[in-house]
Structures are given as structure tokens and as C-alpha cells.
Design a protein. Sequence first.
Length: 69
Amino acid sequence: MNRKESVGDVVELTWFKSTYSDSSNPSDCVEVAMTPAVVHVRDSKDTWRPCLALAPTSWADFVAFAGRN
């Protein structure tokens, strides 16, 4: 699922969930929105709360680590 939201008046983020998300409980997941400089990560149940902002290299390292474990 993709959702677009504005952050201030500057950037429109397109949020998406992993295709590996459990479809039986669609709200039990994280959502990710990517820009060239930042990867935003948030809880899909609490989208109004602050999100994590990671450098793309940090996100890539995390995904590689998670894929191995």
C-alpha cells in the first residue's frame, strides 16, 4: 500500500509497507518512505507520531543485517 503525505510544505512522502507484511493484520507493520537523502521509518499503527530518519547507507546496512538473521 502506498500513501502520500506532506511534510511541511516541502516534501511529499510516499509511504509503503513491505510485501512481506502479514496481510492478516495489515496494521501490524512498519512503513517506509524514501527520499534521496533520508529513509523515513514509522509504525503503521501510530502514523501521527515522529518517525525515524536514517541515512540511506544506514538503512541498507540494517536491511542487509535483517536479511541474514
